[in-house]
Ligand binder design. Sequence first.
Ligand code: EPU
Length: 419
Amino acid sequence: MEKIVIKGPTRLTGEVTINGAKNAAVAILPATLLIDGVCTIENVPNISDINITCKILEGLGAKINWIDKHTITVDCRNLTTTKAPLDLTSKFRASYYIIGAMLSRMGEIEVGMPGGCKLGARPIDQHIKGFEALGAEVTVGKGIIHAKASKLIGNSVYMDIVSVGATINVMLSSVLAEGTTVIDNAAKEPHIVDVANFLNTMGADIRGAGTDMIKINGVKKLEGNATYSVVPDQIEAGTFMLAAVATKGDLLIKNCITKHLESITAKIVEVGGEVEDYGDSLRVYCNQRPKKANIKTLPYPGFPTDLQPQMGVVLSLANGTSTINESIWESRFQYTDELNKMGAKITAQGKSAFFEGVEKLYGAPVYSTDLRAGAALIIAGVSAEGTTEIFNLEHIDRGYEDIEARFRALGANIERVKF
Ligand code: EPU
């Protein structure tokens, strides 16, 4: 087993380059199932969620070839089965995209019930509602989802709740359907736009991605044979931005789309940090103890839930008492127990948490309870006095590539140790 050991405190300084977005890549790879050709995907993050996605695609008959650390070719011309490997699909959340893509391409699919971080209930009723609206039959039982459609026909789909996954999944399932599909109350996250751009590059006709109404005119075939580069990861960029603030550091964050980071920039400025916007990079620095602030997580363009724990570290060090209201996930404050072991004073009650700011955090052994909690603990460990040991690294490795090397390059005393 492995743990991350951090000796702090360190003021992070230097430059970091942001990788391709995990949550875009885990949708774009399943989207290649729709394409009767070979796609080259660049800027793919080299993380365990991507490795699992590739194995699932291979299990369905796709041929995958890594050209370099961040570029792969996917050949889905000869799919061999409509049964996805159950153990792998149950391992992570985004395996639900296999359903939309395979329904479209093969008219049938069986997958394990999607797993992923334990953030509370994670229903997929909106995905199923969308598939059924297009004419699919979906059954769920004994941990398996089976979806089948002799023909998919475009329809109107109103999302009862703004859902990233359901919006993308209905896009995937309607691209090759007969006629037009309209998704109302669609999610607007940058990775939704990225998946639509990818599919349009391959011959789809999707309009309005990035707004709350997406129109998909079904096409007969996606030919592929094109190259696409995954959008930079908004959440990874935000993680380093908040690391700069929590450690009173000074970072140049390169290869990001600053427009995607406006809600984070606004909060950083509110707590007393400085952000200089250079269009495709940001300088973030902070010379003072952060001020208190209140946060409510919301779908894009609101403050993202996936940066809530990292922001929690900043607020646990702020001057005054701050509140975070988590409006997306039921159970995203598990990290607060770990921060409290490091001297934070946080009281979490249901979907709210109250942060009575402390001047310093102190190193302690802590457990990463989910992916973003793990990132928050790394930031906390770098800013804390003494030695922090972080366990349960599999969560962190799902979404952040070479995380300790990249923090080390910014001055952190951090290493991965076998035990
Ligand atoms: N929801 C339903 N029914 C559905 C789908 C969602 O009630 O059919 C609810 C969820 O329970 C939640 C809300 O709608 O309360 C939003 O969920 P959404 O579907 O948007 O989340 P997701 O697609 O499962 C993605 C990201 C998450 C991120 C959320 C919100 C991927 C693979 N995952 O999840 O990322 O937190 O959107 O932005 O794209 C992470 O990267 O750490 C992570 C958890």
